[in-house]
Design a protein around this ligand. Structure first.
Ligand code: ZN
Length: 246
């Protein structure tokens, strides 16, 4: 099976659309979404509609989905994130708001092949930034392979019997074969708001038969996404950061 793995889309219809067009020419069997469909960007409904159109789909919620759909009030959000979340809540159609609200909490196991979580499989709102957090997650779980999001940073952590290693991806199309006997925590990067200094949108394809993960980076109509954020009256830094990849 080939899985299309998407995370942190954040209402960026341009970035998400570029990926959906790109993968039309590639074979994939199931879409897997790791949370944060909305928040920050200017096209919440178009983004929810597009994800709902991908079938079959396995999806879990992220922290922004909870606040944007009203499940949480966002006390821990910074001012800009909260402003965008409350704007999103106003804009969402009733159907899309209900759909977001009903997204399950991670972790989930997909087809017995791998686990998925938004933050970590232990705490959906916690971050994995580096090896210390990754090691802690490995210690408290037993999934051989887990895809996660939330940090908006494409990275692979690998735990062998004697060491933990970090694989940082820089190529526009980075292929990595998973070894037997090694455990992995894999972040496909963010579709709609990358934060690794590279503004290209990021996603992964995982082939469970060959055990190859490919992390792709694609250009998209970034200026159009920025203009929509400005036109919607959302905070300007939310537009600026897209070009910086921060
Ligand atoms: Zn996010």
């Amino acid at each position: 099976m080939r899985y299309l793995i998407l995370s942190d889309i954040h209402s960026n219809r341009e970035a998400f659309g570029a990926i959906v067009s790109f993968v039309k020419r590639k074979k994939w069997d199931k879409a897997v979404f790791l949370g944060d469909l909305v928040g920050y960007g200017a096209n919440p409904n178009q983004t929810v509609d597009l994800l709902r159109s991908l079938r079959p789909l396995v999806a879990i919620r992220g922290n922004h989905d909870k606040v944007c759909s009203g499940l949480e009030e966002g006390e821990l959000f910074n001012r800009m994130a909260l402003e965008a979340a409350l704007w999103t809540r106003q804009k969402l159609t009733r159907s899309n708001l209900q759909w977001l609200k009903a997204l399950p909490k991670g972790p989930a196991v997909v087809d017995g092949q791998f686990a998925i979580s938004h933050g970590t499989p232990v705490d959906e709102d916690a971050y994995i930034f580096g090896e210390l957090e990754a090691l802690n997650v490995f210690r408290h779980t037993d999934f051989p392979i887990c895809f996660f999001g939330h940090s908006h940073f494409p990275v692979i952590f690998a735990l062998s019997p004697d060491a933990i290693t970090t694989v940082l991806t820089v190529a526009p199309s980075f292929r990595f074969k998973l070894k037997e006997g090694v455990r992995y925590l894999i972040n496909p990067g963010s579709v709609g708001q990358p934060r690794d200094g590279n503004p290209l949108c990021s996603f992964a394809i995982f082939d469970s038969d060959t055990r190859v993960v490919t992390i792709h980076r694609l250009p998209y109509k970034l200026k159009q996404a920025q203009k929509k954020i400005m036109d919607a009256g959302l905070p300007r830094p939310l537009a600026d950061r897209l070009a910086l990849g921060r």
